[in-house]
Design a protein around this ligand. Structure first.
Ligand SMILES: [Zn+2]
Length: 90
């Protein structure tokens, strides 16, 4: 009985049948190079942040506590969607 060997990207958990493809996947994920705190709602941690990645693209993140609705969420969603569409086409 032959064992099945898979390689897993440590970052996104996708599995591949070759080490090279898993390594390529791991290397394709970008790390944030800077963080900008946009808002503190309560406590010591920010509720909204913008991360800038090594390719210069900014992504907005919102703490999901159901407190945010409407404008802030729509703004972050639209901005990230534009970045995603731009990234997909390059
Ligand atoms: Zn990956």
């Amino acid at each position: 009985m032959a064992p099945l060997i898979y390689y897993k990207c440590a970052k996104c958990k996708m599995t591949y049948s070759s080490y090279e493809n898993a390594e390529r996947c791991e290397n394709s994920h970008l790390s944030a190079v800077s963080v900008k705190e946009l808002e503190y709602r309560y406590g010591v941690y920010p509720s909204r942040i913008t991360l800038t990645f090594s390719d210069g693209v900014e992504w907005d993140y919102i703490f999901d506590d159901s407190f945010y609705m409407g404008n802030e969420v729509n703004h972050a969603y639209d901005k990230n969607k534009r970045n995603f569409e731009k990234h997909k086409s390059t």
